[in-house]
Every structure is written in structure tokens, then in C-alpha cells.
Design a protein around this ligand. Structure first.
Ligand SMILES: Cc1cc2nc3c(=O)[nH]c(=O)nc-3n(C[C@H](O)[C@H](O)[C@H](O)COP(=O)(O)O)c2cc1C
Length: 184
């Protein structure tokens, strides 16, 4: 079962990127994660689209189309998810075939504050479900608050409760994918 990981933060020491790496370790056997970056996705412009989708957009879309599922981790920016992620989603939403249509997706967020991105995830869930017709795992939800205390400078996840949460969500995600596409 091949899962694509997308991070809503572009910075090198992103805790959301660290969370994706921790999720990869928490995956049950038979499931593997490949994290792809959206850093080369240009700003959405319909004129550019009309001339042809940019390479970075197409490469990511192909990988998503082929994958059994997508795992997204995004920081909360001003009570919503990040603009760079929304920008990439806007590109993908214009493509045919639609890379996220009926694609199993799981989401998580990590922030420095106590709420762990709770205010942002319902925006992301709404856009993925309504705009892109993705099949987003409902539960368990993962909000990693005070994340700077849970990950070391090297990115290692040191918090046992968060490890357990990730393991539980990854098992639920595996079951969700199998339920939706039994051949995965
Ligand atoms: C533009 C901006 C807006 C932010 N807004 C919020 C916010 O609304 N809620 C929150 O909990 N943290 C907010 N933060 C703090 C982020 O949660 C924190 O910087 C986090 O580490 C970013 O994720 P990353 O480490 O994956 O880059 C904001 C940070 C930035 C740069």
C-alpha cells in the first residue's frame, strides 16, 4: 500500500514534516510513505494553466493518482491551513483526471500552540471533501499541540502518547483504504 505524504510547510525543520516521518514509522506492515514536496508548485494562474500545467504540478498529480492514499500534514496559519497547500490544491482541482477524486486521504496537523491546528483542519477537510471529492478519514483526528516539546531538534518524535495516536490513525487509514479499494 503506497501512500504519498504532503507537507503544508516548506521550511526545512518543519514539525509537520517531522510528523509525516513519524507517521511513516508508525505505519503497519504493508504500508509505506513517500513524502513529496510542493515547494516547486508555482502560484496558481489560470493563464499558465491554459498554456499547460507546470511540471511540478503534473509530477505530483501523477504520483497522487497512482498512490493508494495521501497523508497530509499542515501547520495552522491564522486559523486555517497553509496558503502553499491551498495553492497546490487549487492546481490539482483543475486537472482531469482529478488526482484526489475518490482518493483516500488522512490529515493531521502540528503547531507550537496548544490546539495543534484544530481550527485549521476543518477547512482542509471541507476543501478536500467538497472541492476535490477526496474520501477523508474521519477519525481518529490528530492535532499535535505544543509540538516543539514533542520532537527533538533532529526531528525524532519523543512523545509516547503521540506515537500511539499516529499508530492508531495509520491503522485506521489502512482499514479505510482497504474498505474503499479492497485490492490495494
Ligand atoms: C504565518 C503564520 C501563521 C501562524 N498562525 C498560527 C495559528 O493560527 N495557530 C497556531 O497554532 N499556530 C500558528 N502559527 C505557528 C505555527 O503553528 C508554527 O510556526 C509551526 O511550527 C509551523 O509549522 P511547521 O513547523 O511545520 O513549519 C503560525 C505561524 C506562521 C508562520
Amino acid at each position: 500500500m503506497n501512500i504519498i505524504g504532503i507537507c503544508g510547510s516548506l521550511r526545512q525543520k518543519s514539525i509537520n514534516h517531522f510528523a509525516l516521518e513519524a507517521a511513516a514509522k508508525a505505519m503497519p506492515s504493508g504500508m509505506q510513505l513517500e513524502i513529496l514536496s510542493i515547494k516547486d508548485v508555482p502560484l496558481y494562474n489560470q493563464d499558465v494553466q491554459n498554456a499547460g500545467f507546470p511540471d511540478a504540478v503534473q509530477t505530483l498529480a501523477q504520483a497522487i493518482l497512482k498512490a493508494d492514499g495521501v497523508l497530509i500534514a499542515s501547520p495552522e496559519y491564522n486559523f486555517s491551513y497553509s496558503g502553499v497547500l491551498k495553492n497546490a490544491i487549487d492546481w490539482w482541482s483543475r486537472m482531469d483526471p482529478a488526482p484526489f477524486k475518490h482518493k483516500p486521504v488522512a490529515i493531521m496537523s502540528a503547531t507550537g500552540g496548544p490546539l495543534g491546528g484544530a481550527r485549521s483542519q476543518y477547512d482542509l477537510r471541507k476543501v478536500l471533501s467538497g472541492g476535490l471529492e477526496a474520501l477523508v478519514l474521519q477519525r481518529p483526528e490528530i492535532f499535535i499541540g505544543m509540538a516543539q516539546n514533542k520532537f527533538g531538534a533532529d526531528g525524532a518524535l519523543n512523545d509516547e502518547a503521540t506515537v500511539k495516536m499516529l499508530e492508531t490513525q495509520m491503522q485506521a487509514f489502512q482499514s479505510w483504504i482497504l474498505k474503499l479499494s479492497p485490492k490495494a
